[in-house]
Design a protein around this ligand. Structure first.
Ligand SMILES: C[S@@+](CC[C@H](N)C(=O)[O-])C[C@H]1O[C@@H](n2cnc3c(N)ncnc32)[C@H](O)[C@@H]1O
Length: 261
C-alpha cells in the first residue's frame, strides 16, 4: 500500500518515529492511541483565562489525529483548522469531528505545515506540540510560525529539554532548559504560562502509550504474522526511547503571547 503523504516519506517517517516501510501499517498500530502528544486537557487548562475574542480561531500545526482539536472544540467557542502530513490521521480526524457533530467548527486538511504557513492567514492561537523544528532550525521554525499569529495572539508549544547533568543519547538535538527558554524568548514575546510534566506523569503516559501500541501491533500481527520482525523492532525502539525520555528529559508546555509585531 502507498502512502500519499504531504511531505517526503522519509521525512514523515522521522517525525512519526517509525521506519518508512511501516507507515502503511501505522494506522492499525496506532488505532488505540489518539493522543500522540500532550494531553488535550493540559492544553485546555493552559488556554483557560487567556484574553481571546468570541469564536476565536485556532490553527493546529501537525495535528496528528486531531485529539487536542476535538477536545478544545467541545470546550471553547472557537473554530479550528488542523494540518497534518499523514493522510490516515487527517481522515480519522475528519470522521471523528463528524461523529461528534463538530465538523462545522473543526476542519482538517492533509498538507505540509510549510505550505500552510506560506498562506499568511492570521490566527488567535497556534498550536505546535510534539512536532519539532520542521525547518531544521528552531529560530527559523518559530519565526515562520509567528507570521500566522495575530498581534498579541498566542502560541501553544510543547518541547523537551535535557535534565541537568544528562548528555544527549540521541533521538533529537535537545538542549538544556535554559537554552530552550532562550530560544522561546528569541523574538521578545511574553512566555505567559509554563507546565512542566513530572517524571511520574511522563512514566505513566509512556506506559499507557506503549500498552496501546502493543495492542494495535498485536491486531496487525494477527492479520500479517510475517511482519513480526519489523513490528517488534518498532515496539522495542519505542520502549527504548521511552526509557531515555523518562531518565534524561524534561517535557514542557508553554503559552507564549506574541508582541504587537
Ligand atoms: C508526534 S505527532 C504529534 C501530533 C499532535 N500534535 C498531537 O499532539 O497529538 C507529530 C505529527 O507532526 C506531523 N508532521 C511533522 N512534520 C510535518 C509537516 N512538515 N507538515 C505536516 N505535518 C507534519 C506528523 O505527521 C505527525 O502526525
Amino acid at each position: 500500500m502507498k502512502v500519499n503523504a504531504a511531505i517526503p516519506i522519509d521525512v514523515l517517517a522521522h517525525y512519526l518515529e517509525a521506519p518508512a516501510e511501516l507507515l502503511p501499517d501505522l494506522p492499525i498500530i496506532l488505532s488505540y492511541l489518539d493522543e500522540l502528544g500532550p494531553s488535550p486537557k493540559d492544553v485546555y487548562d493552559l488556554m483557560t483565562g487567556l484574553d481571546l475574542p468570541q469564536r476565536f480561531k485556532i490553527l493546529d500545526l501537525g495535528c496528528g489525529k486531531g485529539a487536542i482539536d476535538i477536545f478544545l472544540a467541545q470546550q471553547f467557542n472557537c473554530s479550528i483548522r488542523g494540518i497534518d502530513a499523514f493522510p490516515p490521521f487527517i481522515n480519522y480526524a475528519i470522521k471523528k469531528a463528524k461523529d461528534f457533530k463538530l465538523d462545522q467548527v473543526c476542519e482538517f486538511e492533509c498538507n505540509d505545515i510549510k505550505k500552510e504557513l506560506k498562506k499568511n492567514s492570521q490566527y488567535d492561537v497556534v498550536i505546535f506540540v510534539s512536532v519539532g523544528d520542521i525547518y531544521g532550525d528552531y529560530i527559523e521554525t518559530l519565526g515562520e510560525i509567528r507570521k500566522v499569529i495575530k498581534p498579541q495572539g498566542y502560541l501553544i508549544i510543547e518541547d523537551g529539554f535535557l535534565k541537568e547533568n544528562k548528555i544527549n543519547r540521541g533521538f533529537h538535538e535537545y538542549g538544556c532548559y535554559s537554552q530552550l527558554i532562550d530560544l522561546l524568548s528569541h523574538f521578545q514575546d511574553n512566555i505567559m504560562k509554563e507546565r512542566l510534566s513530572s517524571t511520574e506523569e511522563i512514566i505513566n503516559q509512556n506506559k499507557r502509550n506503549n500498552a496501546a501500541l502493543e495492542k494495535g501491533a498485536n491486531e496487525l500481527l494477527k492479520r500479517y504474522p510475517e511482519k513480526d520482525g519489523l513490528v517488534n523492532r518498532y515496539l522495542e525502539a519505542q520502549k527504548k526511547e521511552s526509557e531515555i525520555i523518562e531518565q534524561d528529559l524534561g517535557i514542557g508546555l508553554w503559552v507564549i503571547q506574541k508582541g504587537l509585531n
